[in-house]
Design a protein around this ligand. Structure first.
Ligand SMILES: Nc1ncnc2c1ncn2[C@@H]1O[C@H](COP(=O)(O)OP(=O)(O)O)[C@@H](O)[C@H]1O
Ligand SMILES: [Mg+2]
Length: 366
């Protein structure tokens, strides 16, 4: 088990503090992929660098399987090479002047332990087997595809058999098509070898598809933690809701509350939705979050009274599996994703409908 407790880290730029981490705590269970998801600059890389011992936190504690890696309280700080971590950082690309074998063997030559030539050979072989690159030992690293290079970087992290892997945006240098492929490979590999991984990304698709748990970060803090479906379906604030997927946000005032179900007075009339445990009360300013993919559109007025909006289609884009529809409800723009091809045209009057139990009621940001 890995544990980070109340980590703080500030940098000083021209004498002014930049508070990169403002009290971050989380726990990773063995065999889990735990992802820090957040926009650029929110502190993800700083977190990994603190864990790796490449930065010294101002405050906090980091433990790995009951071994203290860092503690501001006791002053303990383990050297990087003794922390038993595997790292795949964007900036730790493989070395172009070395062949695959030497790239993968590198940590064994320069790590904290001494190894015999035969041991090194065996470890490298095993690591290359894991990433299905056996037989590529003498190939120059530059003669590999982007995906294969990424696998070499992974093998280099694996060779040491570390307790935890730190992956910082490992797919961000790959082009879009390759990224999907390598992401799938990575997912399979991680599960097959039962690796414990701390994954860092700003890409919500990567986070949702790879992770057992996700921590969404903003401005040096974790704002919500949970499984991918919890994060996507029950965001606790609009920042999380909009960061992990497309969302329509409609402002309003909460006028009635019955358990989790709420009625909200908006410019578009009364809308119904459910809270996901966030404390909102009658009279509060709230936001109704409606994901485009829960909306259905029809040309005949539906019988249902609630959560039906009259709209005009402004633009539509057919993308194969679905059609992205830009609509206007009065002067409020609403985006809907309709399965398949739509049966209506631009400027046509349509009705949008969305189930109350899938609409989220969130506190309006002050
Ligand atoms: N070496 C540094 N010196 C000064 N500021 C830094 C340094 N590294 C990061 N920062 C600042 O700390 C904040 C967090 O950065 P970082 O951890 O790299 O974020 P992320 O990886 O989420 O994009 C940013 O405001 C960034 O500009
Ligand atoms: Mg970063």
């Amino acid at each position: 088990m890995f544990k980070a407790t109340n980590l703080h880290k500030s940098y000083f730029v021209d004498g002014n503090p930049v508070r990169a981490l403002r009290g971050v705590s989380f726990t990773i269970n063995k065999g889990d992929v735990y992802t820090l998801l957040g926009p650029s600059g929110c502190g993800k890389t700083t977190m990994l660098r603190c864990i790796a011992g490449l930065e010294t936190p101002d405050q906090g504690e980091i433990t790995l399987q009951d071994k203290v890696l860092f503690s501001s309280r006791t002053g303990e700080s383990e050297a990087t090479y003794r922390r038993n971590l595997g790292m795949v950082f964007q900036s730790y690309a493989i070395w172009p002047h070395m062949n695959v074998f030497d790239n993968v063997a590198f940590p064994l030559y320069y790590g904290g332990r001494k190894h015999s030539k035969q041991e090194i050979k065996d470890f490298v072989k095993k690591a290359l087997q894991s990433v299905e690159l056996e037989g590529f030992e003498s190939r120059s690293a530059t003669l590999l595809s982007g995906g294969q290079q990424q696998r070499v970087a992974l093998a280099r992290a694996l060779v040491y058999q570390p307790s935890i892997f730190l992956l910082d945006e490992p797919l961000s240098n790959l082009d879009a098509r390759l990224r999907d492929e390598v992401r799938q490979e990575l997912k399979e590999l991680v599960k097959r070898l039962n690796l414990t991984v701390l994954y860092v990304t700003h890409d919500q698709v990567e986070a949702l598809s790879l992770s057992d748990r996700i921590a969404v970060m903003r401005d040096g803090l974790i704002v919500q933690e949970g499984t991918p479906s919890e994060i996507y379906l029950t965001p606790q604030e609009t920042f999380v809701g909009t960061f992990v997927g497309k969302a329509n946000l409609i402002q309003g005032v909460l006028v009635e509350k019955d358990g989790a179900m709420c009625r909200v007075k908006t410019d578009l009339g009364l809308l119904q939705g459910a809270t996901s445990g966030v404390p909102v009360q009658k009279g509060d300013s709230v936001v109704v979050l409606i994901r485009p993919n829960i909306i259905t559109a029809v040309t005949q007025k539906p019988a249902a009274e609630t959560n039906v909006l009259e709209a005009e289609l402004v633009d539509s884009t057919f993308t194969g599996a679905l059609t992205e529809c830009q609509t206007m409800c009065g002067n409020v723009a609403i985006e809907a994703q309709i399965a398949g091809l739509i049966q209506f045209k631009v400027k046509e009057k349509i009705y949008l409908q969305f189930p109350p139990e899938l609409c989220r009621i969130l506190p309006a940001k002050a």
